[in-house]
Design a protein around this ligand. Sequence first.
Ligand code: GLC
Length: 756
Amino acid sequence: MTAHDVTSRVRPWSDPDLPVARRAAALLAAMTLQEKVGQLHQVANPDPERDAAALAAGTFGTCIVASGQHAGNVRDTGTQATAVNDLQRAAVQTSRLGIPLIIARDVIHGHRTVFPVPLGQAASFDAELVRDCARVAAREATADGVRWTFAPMLDVAQDPRWGRVAEGWGEDVWLASHLGVAAVEGFQGGPDGGDLAAPEAMAACAKHYVGYGLVQGGRDYAEVDIGPITLHNRHLRPFRAVIDAGVATVMSAFHTLDAVPVTAHVALLREHLRDDLGFTGPVVSDWGAVGELRHHGMAADDGGAAVLALRAGVDIDMVTGAYSGHLARLVGDGVVDEALVDEAVLRVLTLKLRLGLFEDPYTDPSRAAAVHLTPEHRGLARRAAASAVVVLRNDGVLPLEAPPRHVHVTGPFATATGELFGTWTLDGRAEDVVSIAAAVSERFEGTAHQDRPTRVTVDDGRFPDESHLRAREADVVIACVGEHPLRSGEANSVASLDLPPGQVEHLEALARVSRRLVVVVLTGRPLALERLAHLGSALVLVFHPGVEGGHGVVDVLSGDAPASGRLPSSLPWTTGQVPLHHDHLPTGRPLHPDGPEGRYRDHRDTAQYPFGFGLGYSPVTYTDLVLSATVLGPGEVVRASVRVTNVGTRPVVETVQLYARAHVSTISRPVSELVGVRRVVLAPGEQQEVGFEIDQHVLSHRDALGRERREPGPFTLRIAPYAGAGVTARLDVVSSPARTGTTGEGGGARLDPIDR
Ligand code: GLC
């Protein structure tokens, strides 16, 4: 009998030639109840020496390397492969069954190479870019021993007072779905779940299941109320998309939904997530959320919380200790059925087997130096940073192609480095960053203005009088203001979306003395910029752009990179307008075109800058919206195409957006639904025909039971540069075939498979 045969008989779970399901079942059968419970317990920052006994006893099965539930804004010592290997060695070599650990971390928007916050990546509307950023993040994080990230966040957020809007993809369901899938594929190494056993792959985690973006008043952790139709059509849809794409894990959210904490919500975690969406991987609670059932008033103690959470379908208890402290007793007392423990443990063991951890639990320590912050990764970060830049207003001062005689850079973000990272940055290093001011100097010093070297001066705005003096002397002033990342992310809600105190006054004073003032606002959330509406020559919004943020911003200001960023969330005029989103429902009393604008007596209720908006450096026209047919039957495809023309003198990257509106349906449907995006590059004077293929699935919705409904009725299709603009055409969906033999006439952009 060969050694392999012995292994296969004695420890079949160690036999890589056996199916994962069989290996997991065999291991489960060999485990004691205490060992099973250990697999459902996640601890933070374990230490191989301090926790040697716990590791030998198999008291925990996964761990998170983090500084705490507000990990996003609290730096820690980071992860190193050698430390992770020590931990793994203790688990594998000293525990009875040698079950390896999964090491998790919040790798939200990069590891050592920090990319723009997800909201900034969303401004690119570029799924390929998002996928590439996630791929690099996985390459770098796995080199430090991380094999599970708690990302992507898929919360559809309509209220920027909520600090966590920075961590998601904005207000739109389609964008969150598409970019969420791209992130999962990047993290996990490819489509259909990727190849988790690949050394550079890590398990992704769809979070925070579900509806967290609607916390009342934008107050983090507050209650959420969503009806079933809206739940299916807005908030479950991105989760459905990433589950179809093979996301490995899901994280349940903190909040209550309809008065039941998600952590204890059987309907959400079993009926919707398992039965309806078909998710089969493990669910991990959010940090401490199982124990927090006591604060929700749902449990008297951790034991009661453990019963509720396990019965609801939470497989792993993140750091509370409720499972490890009570489940074995609860099973012994007959309160909890051991079958519930077994199904949760099987999911965890299956994930470990899929990650290849039984074959190779260790990380090659030499990898990190070879992959962290390579020139290639920096180049991607620079491109991503430029894509996070949204030009909102420009009187022609941008791009600064001709080197000005004297550029003055001022404001709190002028010389900022680590602040460019944004929230949830755990492994980035401020010393890796080139500030905006330094990037301006790099770009313009050495250039000449009428044979005289361009002069660059800098101040950080601490002395406004110094700033004003310098501004008076300069041709162009670049004022870099905005929101510090400490005010962004988890537990950082704000009651006002205005710029931080004092910044507008400073800008107003600068505007009075500057020849040409370019205002650059860096932020982790949409802000209310009404007072900047007419201030200066240009207004540019940048969602915290990451390690190459300085270069990315200057690349766009100088014209070295296109101004391609588009708003992933509507910008309100004032805080009182939120929640505000383009895909709102109509009312029973539409505004009369000749009547007063809006519902507020004291302000507008439209966006100052709408979803999808952003200026390029060359005007583009949209004409000739043509449909291959005006009626769409079941199984048929209609192609909608438009002619886009660059009528300016500079190249442009145009984000062509396809919106749909159903006018008659069994539910009231949004006035504007994004259903497709295409990014095209247009040379000066160039025109292109941009097409989309549409079928009834694309125009469908879901009913209160989550069933897809492809209903007949009139639709308006809109192809536009942003919500509410562009050109429209009517399309009638019918319930019987409209044309025999109809097929897509080809040529257009086949909507992503995700739309199937
Ligand atoms: C935090 C966050 C969650 C994060 C987890 C681990 O509280 O809600 O997004 O992944 O805890 O840090």
